[in-house]
Design a protein around this ligand. Structure first.
Ligand code: SF4
Length: 648
């Protein structure tokens, strides 16, 4: 590793702006050792350590030297693309230039990102192409004939069209499919099987586990980047999210009274057809009645409600849905494989089967390790609800399916430890047979950042808090002349503070309660000296360099909302284990989120700025020290006057 990462090493010859960092070298050596020892690794690498190359280089080198295959899993598709376009090509150049070694790598995406030739041909055969879409279909046809791997990122089709031709897992059977040899998805899978290095996101990684590891080819070692988000994504991917519209859409595909009806187009036996039509006609009012009951359970002004007992009103719906399934199975036996409606029929049946399985889990509260709840959908005007279920604790699953399954699993993030201690994340993810490494940020926070802590401010529960916190925030924003990010823990506080601050600052505010997170961020980047206000998604993942963020203002310490069903269930589990849920769950979760928020400020060695914490509990309460000791040391001030003197 020295020869690569040294001051005058190979990286310095390839990258003109390369800066030697002790932390980066230490991390790469640590990972190589874990892999050779077949151990697991947990690493916190503070911002600026160059963690991506520090795990890619030793991991790929180890795989090439030992004929192993590696998977790198990161949080989002954007980060996946960054690895593929920017970081892995650097590693490839190092290996080919200095070691005469080559390796192959692939990006892995979920199946619905790939087109399905069989569905495409079925749409053509059924004459379902609108005149306005003909050119798009010609382009897709050309791409299929080129036998290249392509996805909807290359096509950018409107959703209504993509839904008609995308791969559907329920209908895709390569053994039975006449188009499998030239299929983009099957070609991608063959490429994954031959690649040394696979790059995916955590959602796909855990969807593969939920599918019994049938989607991805086998591999030997895994590196989780952004490992702080593994637990949350694992629980959601393993669990389910059932929507009212989704069920109606599935059932409506079978209905007997439309031109596109599967029953009308596929079932030739008249008696069976009329039994199917009757069965669907009975189930639709039952779906409406059941979901109406679920909506009524949702208390006014709340976004979710925990379900702890069997939902009796679901029995009848499940019985009727099962009756539909039985009739469809009967119909299936009489359908020719060449029938152009066959694929759609298989897809709809598969979806209905999966829906019934999850609905039964929800209605009968099947799984003792699950938390079940009803959630109000934020993106519908009609107050629709979803039925949710997911594991309370994923540690056993992660331990069984990952930690003890692969040769080595490496967990990396800038925020895993609480005051230098990894025991929280190690327990939550069931990590064992491991070693840990804690690396400070490579940035000079004492020079680059000032921490402003409001001392004379009421407790966040006090009625005067919003008013006074807004005054502090406005003082900082006015001092910095905008370019500030304000982080909130609830929309309610965000809305109230935004209104108060409109009378205190003259800078344009882009806020997540007015537009989507993406739009608010886009607008903020385009407009100088603006203020960006956001909740959960803005605490992590925002990467705004230089002058784009001069100040990060955290309103309250980011404790998880205790009445959120997954949070409540986790806390109950900790109480049942005889432990204190505040110190065993809420503090470590909040500290990790706090570190994420803190990390939004300094993104490069030339950035400078102010982090403000407008929650005096960080000074008054005994737990405040966990927050303060978990972030890099920097100058602390308590008033705008001190800030003026220190910062300028
Ligand atoms: S193999 Fe699957 S995705 Fe490919 S064309 Fe056939 S059904 Fe579609």
């Amino acid at each position: 590793m020295d020869r690569i990462f040294d001051k005058k090493g190979y990286l310095s010859e390839i990258l003109p702006a390369y800066e030697f960092r002790n932390e980066q070298l230490a991390m790469s050596a640590f990972i190589l050792e874990r892999l050779y020892e077949s151990e697991n690794g947990v690493i916190e690498a503070g911002t600026g350590t160059g963690k991506t190359l520090a795990y890619l280089i030793p991991a790929i080198l180890y795989c090439l030297e030992n004929d192993k295959k590696i998977t790198v899993s990161t949080e989002t598709k954007t980060l996946q693309k960054q690895l593929i376009d920017k970081d892995i090509p650097i590693v490839k150049e190092i290996f080919s230039t200095y070691f005469n070694m080559d390796f192959s790598f692939s990006i892995c995406l979920g199946g619905s990102n790939y087109p399905c030739r069989m569905r495409f041909e079925a749409v053509l055969r059924a004459g379902k192409v609108h005149a306005g879409d003909l050119n798009k279909f010609k382009k897709i046809s050309r791409l299929f004939n080129s036998r290249e791997i392509f996805t909807n990122f290359d096509l950018n089709l409107p959703a209504y069209l993509w839904d008609e031709i995308k791969r559907e897992g329920d209908s895709c059977n390569a053994q039975r499919c006449a188009f499998a040899s030239g299929c983009a998805f099957q070609m991608a899978r063959r490429q994954w099987g031959q690649s040394h290095c696979l790059v995916m996101n955590h959602h796909l990684f855990f969807a593969n586990i939920a599918s019994g590891k049938t989607y991805l080819p086998p591999f030997d070692i895994v590196v989780f980047d952004e490992a702080h988000s593994v637990e949350e994504i694992a629980a959601a991917q393993i669990g389910f999210n059932l929507g009212y519209r989704e069920l109606l859409d599935i059932v409506n595909r079978f209905r007997g009274d439309t031109r596109q009806s599967l029953i009308q187009n596929i079932i030739t036996n008249e008696r069976l057809r009329s039994r199917c039509i009757d069965s669907i006609a009975k189930v639709i009012p039952e779906i409406n009645a059941f979901y109406e009951d679920m909506r009524k359970l949702m208390p006014e002004g709340k976004n979710s409600i925990r379900i702890r007992d069997r939902v009796a009103s679901g029995n009848q719906l499940i019985e009727l849905l099962k009756e539909c399934m039985t009739l469809m199975a009967e119909a299936d036996r009489g359908i020719d494989d060449e029938n152009p409606w066959r694929t759609e029929f298989d897809i709809a049946r598969g979806k209905l089967f999966n829906y019934i399985e999850s609905l039964a889990s929800f209605v009968f509260q099947h799984n003792a390790n699950y938390v079940y709840w009803i959630e109000r959908d934020s993106d519908t005007l009609f107050g629709d609800v979803s039925l949710r279920g997911q594991p309370v604790d994923v540690s056993e699953i992660v331990n069984r399916e990952i930690v003890t399954f692969y040769d080595s699993s490496i967990f990396v993030s800038a925020t895993l430890a609480v005051d230098g201690d990894f025991s929280y994340i190690v327990k939550r993810l069931g990590i064992e047979h491991h070693k840990m490494l804690f690396l400070e940020s490579s940035f000079d926070y004492k020079i680059q950042a000032v921490l402003y802590i409001a001392r004379d401010i009421p407790d966040p529960a006090d009625g005067a808090y919003n008013e006074q916190a807004s005054t502090h925030a406005a003082g900082i924003i006015n001092l910095l002349k905008g370019n500030c990010l304000m982080l909130f823990t609830s929309y309610k506080t965000l809305r109230e503070v935004r209104k108060i601050m409109s009378g205190l600052i003259d800078y344009t505010v882009y806020s997540q309660d007015i537009s989507s997170a993406t739009d608010a961020l886009d607008q903020y980047i385009k407009h100088e000296n603006a203020v960006l206000m956001g909740t959960h998604s803005f605490w992590q993942g925002l990467d705004l360099h230089g002058d784009l963020v001069r100040g990060v203002i955290m309103m309250k310490l980011p404790f998880a909302v205790p009445d959120s069903p997954p949070v409540e269930a986790k806390m109950e589990r900790i109480v049942a284990e005889g432990k204190d849920p505040f110190y065993g769950f809420q503090i470590p979760e909040a500290v990790i989120r706090f570190k994420q928020g803190f990390g939004r400020l300094i993104r490069s060695s030339t950035d400078r700025g102010i982090v403000a914490v407008l929650d005096s509990r960080i000074l008054r309460k005994s737990y405040g020290k966990y927050f303060l000791k978990s972030v890099p040391e920097c100058r602390i001030v308590h008033s705008i006057r001190e800030l003026e003197e220190t910062y300028f």
